[in-house]
Design a protein. Sequence first.
Length: 454
Amino acid sequence: MNHMENDKDNQIVFEELAKKISSKIEDENYTKYSVKRGLRNSDGTGVLVGLTEIGDVRSYIMCEGEKIPTEGKLMYRGLNIMDLVNGFQKEKRLGFEECCYLLLFGKLPTQAQLNQFTELLGDYRELPEEFTENHILKAPSNNLMNKIARSVLTLYSYDDNPDDTSIANVLRQSIQLISRFPILATYGYQAKRHYYDKESLFIHMPQKNLSTAENILYLTRPDSKYTKLEVELLDLALVLHAEHGGGNNSTFTTHVISSTGTDTYSAIAGAIGSLKGPLHGGANSMVLEMIEDFKANIENWEDEEEVAAYVEKVLRKEAFNHSGLIYGMGHAVYTLSDPRAVLLKEKAEALSKEKGMEREFSLYKNIELVTPDIFKRVKENDKVVCANVDFYSGFVYNMLNIPRDLHTPIFVIARIAGWSAHRIEEIISGGRIIRPAYKNVAKGMEYLPMEERY
């Protein structure tokens, strides 16, 4: 019997064994013991578990105990993301490298400081000798998130000083990872494309003098060509995904793992595993699946009433995947607006005209427009929902001809900047291993001799 036949037979065994697991904890126990499920308070806000100076998400104000929704704000080191983006775009510069510097060092760089930082990133673009052949091409993966995590763990073996958690050493490791993530992701994609999809293999060398956004497009495309607007939009997407406060799942994972004193590669690999989840970084893929369903079932994408009727069917679990969810609408923190979606939408509209995709852009706009009121009526829920960054990011990547396999990895390429800043902050300021409590509610059990068990 071959290996695959063994797996098939054993799967039946595992399914039967799974039925014996009956450890579902009853919901009333969570209320009884005042458990903050998901580390959330009863009003939906996050439980305060730490302090940070890196990122801040603002979406409501508290007045006499009542949460009042406001337009969303995202702050990087106290600087409004709107001001950061408007600043570098007004000066006709790309912003991701400047954003990384800001997150790591807590201030905007001078031109000389930015030049030194970008030179360091350029110096580390290339992977260690034979790494591409031995660890990427010879070990392809059908899922790039797992491939990137494995590559990060493998880089530990190529580091002469991997376990040193001094700030200088962790900073060096962080800058190396920020620089190399675009290469790990795009090379992983090329390997997957060749060995799984049976397509031609293209491996371009990363360019020291190109920005992160330019390198992603250069390494992904067979002809390495791209337009100025394409680079600007991808650079913006990277800036908007670079950081989102300490409470998001993957950043909190970075804090938790870092608090143990472990190495950088282990902490970052754990964060990647968190971001892979469809409730976190993988959400934009669900938006794209939903949009394909909308396009197939709505005749006139620009007809607001027709779009509204189908949105209602989806919310009533009568269409799409019957989950009752409009993916990309609503957020754990943002209420009236997500500033990342606002900025991305503006650039997306410009690129949709360049790409001849205005009609599809209208579909997105109409879904965003009609969903909040229909949600409130159908769900009988007063929660304020808005488009989040995932709603438009997949559309942007499609317009950039970035393969679906790379959509969530681009999130990783951006977020490594925030993770690195939070890891350094945890090492400097954390001071204690993070160890929340779990209440054991299991019933007592007596030991039974083998012959008395059933």
